[in-house]
Design a protein around this ligand. Sequence first.
Ligand SMILES: *Cc1c(COP(=O)(O)O)cnc(C)c1O
Length: 392
Amino acid sequence: MNSFDLETLAIREGYEQTPEQENSEAIFPTSSFRYQSAAQAAARFSGEETGNIYSRFTNPTVRAFENRLAAMEGGESCVATASGMSAILATFMSLLEAGDHIVSSQSIFGTTKVLLTKYLTRFGIGITFVSQTDLTEWQGAVKPNTKAFFLETPSNPLTEIADLEALSQLAKQHDSLLIVDNCFCTPILQRPLEQGADIVIHSATKFIDGQGRAVGGAVVGSADLVGEEIYGFMRTAGPTMSTFNAWIFLKGLETLSVRMKAHCENAMQLSQWLVEHPAVDEVFYPGLESHPQYELGLKQMSAGGGLVSFKIRGGQDEAWQVIDNTKMLSITANLGDVKTSITHPATTTHSRIEPEIKLATGISDNLIRISVGLESIEDIKKDLAAGLNKIV
Ligand SMILES: *Cc1c(COP(=O)(O)O)cnc(C)c1O
């Protein structure tokens, strides 16, 4: 199947027809599978015969999703998980041990930061946080026991871009793995494995679902690292993706390409409009030529993505006023939905960060983040204009 283009893989890969000859992928809600004989059961358990045993390890619907996403990311293996966070946990638990060290971008998802600093450190794993964009900081943070580099790009909410090729070279020089959370771009906009990353992680909850219905995650990479190591952890520890959710994500992949293109188009138009608005101070969007890493973005992403952030003239009161004056937009921290969402990072997603760090990393009180959905762009602008026009 790998000779097909991405759009075709998203629709055709991973489909295994049953004797019913269904055209849409079947869903297999079963916890276990049965055998024709005691001998067959024994052969399955010993690994002599491949096949399903129990849905904590394998399930045909989950496997269809895994095979499709693996093909789209260009990886040999994929393991689906119960959430994006359990995909990250499974990756670290499988590939690291006590005494190891991780270098991570400081601009990562807040809960991932808590996982690293509060929980992984308890098991003797060291972490150093560095600037997303400063290569010398990454270089300087490497220790003899460094085993992994971790980042997501573009970052949330300020859309800083990490240089995947440069960081993958640095990781290789130090025998470390480059692990990339590709949740914001999806394989439609960016394929980190092709740019030297070893592991790609997803929160399928976001753009892969695309309609805000289910929580899930996935890890993609080589047959050794993902197919053996991470799969081994997943089947033992059990953060398995539910069959029903796998079916939703599988169908989500089929429309991912057209949705991502539409998200990017709306986000581009919204950021251009925001740049011109007198109540807006600064707009963060990789598709704008004014973005400090516009060239790097062009090189490693096929479009700017669906997230737009901006700073308004004023502080928290004005930011909340813009949010509270919307009538259509969803006030929620989720992203990647067809419904546009608006959020105030400083008091929600980033509220637990120390005030000095918030300031240093640009999460100011006048910052607003939009996950641009697929409603009419004119209606989205109108809804935002209600509050923005009160500021000027
Ligand atoms: C949401 C998110 C996660 C966590 O995913 P869940 O599915 O909520 O567990 C991880 N990384 C990024 C970048 C996210 O946006």
